[in-house]
Design a binder for this molecule. Sequence first.
Ligand code: MF3
Ligand code: CO
Length: 255
Amino acid sequence: MRIKIKNRTEIDKLRAANIIVRDVLSLCGDLIKPGITTWDLEKASREYIEKVGAKSAFYKYQPAKTMQPYPAVLCTSKNEKVVHGIPSKKEVLEEGDILSIDFGVIKNGYCGDAARTFAVGNISETARNLMTTTKASLEAAIKKMLHGNRLSDIGHAVQTVVENDGFNVIRDFVGHGIGQDMHEPPQVPNFGRPGRGLKLQNGLVLAIEPMVTEGDWQVDIREDGWTVVTKDRKLACHFEHSVAITEEGPFVLSA
Ligand code: MF3
Ligand code: CO
């Protein structure tokens, strides 16, 4: 697949889809408290997209024939889970947990995709720092979304912020182009030397998604075939925005 540059009309449609994503993430944020399950969040999200006439971009998503179709509309990744955690009635949130929620929709043929990590009640100082750093790394990356910069400037910005704060970035999963497909080229790594790769241009839309770990960046995949956990079982955090490069600068579609 070739990289697709979007015009103003397409960016407006991507914005509309990403507003739904943003609103579902805030809705989940409002529901999060000790005692609820990740399935409660899944249910509320399903009801919301039904109401606004959008389709999940994740449900039944199957990136390869060898993989099981993804069984939910949300990815809920608690503590040592990095990404692609599957919501469950048995997974109860407890005070001190951190929970990453990743969500995507298709609305009028265009995709939205974003993720946020939430605190459940009071959390440890390390967990708080990990969240602050991951968010800051995403913000630093968004600032690089300028016509004329290079693709690797994005990952370099993420890695610099993260490693300066003593955390690590996941290597095995990356951000991506987004448009009529949730995953379009190019891939957007969260690490690397600056000044390399594709020249960024107006109309390019990317989902930038730093996945950051408290300890080492190596991961395992659970038996369900989806859930990614840190090998050392230390905490992980994930923030994602879909961002368009425009003449007026970076346009954060999912904010
Ligand atoms: N939001 C994820 C991404 O950015 C996709 C989740 S995978 C799925 O790549 F299977 F849940 F859809
Ligand atoms: Co994504």
